[in-house]
Design a protein around this ligand. Structure first.
Ligand code: PRP
Ligand code: MG
Length: 213
């Protein structure tokens, strides 16, 4: 059995064409079913649905043989025990710093002010501000980061930006672009040895189907 860990939403949707290239078709729609294990047209391949931030953990400990995960999540996880053969170039977005439109971020940085930063990405944020020489008080959140500057919880957020619509709708502005993000294929290192042929077939099919645009 080969188990692939995916998260619902954009990563699931954008992985489907890559699976199709490997001759794999998922037989149930996660938006319509509450099932967490989805069968495919190949009896020896199944998909498990996990929280996006749990994909590297599932693959690291062998709960899944392979998975698709954002570079953001992979960096926060650390990547221990994971073979990372492919940048799939899907689910593209960026990690940015955003503040309220009426907050002068550049001046705060120039003046060496201590910034209150709310984020789910504490590792990425800590590294970024440390490199910049900016002192921060980090506030760990698990979602809806945009609310933090609006309620006075934080001066700035570090979060994913895709279309920019969420920032705009909440009157926030992007003041720094930290890194570009896309999703990567990760593989359990032991599984790669034990199930080499079927995993290689999937990796090669994915590699051949990556869009270069
Ligand atoms: C993500 C991200 C941003 C938004 C970016 O949030 O954290 O808030 O999408 O997309 P946009 O630039 O296209 O608006 P998500 O909806 O996944 O919710 P969460 O942060 O509460 O998990
Ligand atoms: Mg969000």
């Amino acid at each position: 059995m080969i188990t692939l860990a995916l998260s619902k939403g954009r990563i699931f949707e954008e992985t489907l064409p890559l699976l199709a290239a490997a001759g794999i078709e998922v037989l149930e729609d996660p938006e319509k079913s509450r099932k967490l294990i989805l069968p495919t047209n190949q009896p020896e391949v199944r998909v498990v649905l996990v929280r996006a931030s749990d994909v590297p953990t599932y693959v690291q400990y062998g709960g899944a043989d392979l998975g698709v995960t954002g570079k953001d999540t992979l960096i926060e996880h650390g990547g221990q025990g994971l073979y990372q053969p492919l940048d799939l170039r899907i689910a593209k977005c960026r990690v940015s710093v955003a503040v309220r439109a009426d907050f002068d971020y550049q001046q705060a940085v120039r003046q060496g002010a201590r910034l209150k930063v709310a984020t789910k990405y504490t590792g990425i944020a800590r590294d970024f501000f440390a490199t910049k020489g900016v002192h921060v008080d980090m506030i760990k959140l698990y979602g809806s980061m945009e609310l933090a500057p609006l309620t006075g919880l934080a001066d700035a957020i570090v979060d994913l930006v895709s279309t920019g619509n969420t920032l705009k709708a909440n009157h926030l502005v992007e003041v720094e672009r930290i890194m570009d993000i896309s999703s990567h294929l990760v593989v359990n290192q032991a599984a790669l040895k034990l199930k080499q042929a079927p995993l290689r077939r999937i990796i090669d099919a994915f590699a051949g189907a990556i869009r270069q645009d």
